[in-house]
Design a protein. Sequence first.
Length: 183
Amino acid sequence: MARQEPHTRADYPVFQTISTRWMDNDVYGHVNNVVYYSYFDTAVNGYLMAQGVLDFRAGQTVGLVVETGCQFFAPIAFPDTVNAGNLQLGYDHFPSSQKATLLVNYFDDRIYRVARGAALGPIIEKGRAIVDFNYEKTFSDNWTVKLKVKNLTNEAVAYSQNVNEVEIYETGTSVNLSISYSL
C-alpha cells in the first residue's frame, strides 16, 4: 500500500504557530512522539485566547481537546517551528446556561481489514468527514433541553479492495431531543 500523503494547508482553516523547545528533543535528536499531543493543547488554547474567548486567569470558559490523532510524516527538531491546524467550534455561555458544539471528525483512507493472500490486497475504508452538533440549554435550576444531531453530512461509508468498490452504504443522520426535569 502506498504511503499516505500529508494534507495541505488548504485543508485546515485555522493555524497556530508553535515554537519547539530544546527539551522537546529526545536522545535521537528529534521531537519525542508524546510532545506532539501537547502541541494540540497549545494550538487550541492559543487560538481561543487570540479570539478573546479564553481568559485562563479571570474567565469562566475552558478550552478542551476532547479527541486527538496524529500521523507521522517527517521528524522535526528544535529549533523548528510547528504549524498546527485544527477545526472545532464550541460555545459555552455560562450566564445564559447554553452550550453548543460543532464536532468535525475527518479521516483519510485507512486499512479496514487485511485480506488473506497478497494478491488481494487490504480492504480500504475510504476517508470521509463526520459532522456532529450538540446543543444544551438549562432553564431555571430544574429544566434542561438537549439536542444532538449525529452525522449531519451522512457521507457514504465505502470500502474498496485494489481499485474495486467492495461495499458502500449510508449510516443515516440521527437526531435526539431530550427534555429533563430534576427534583
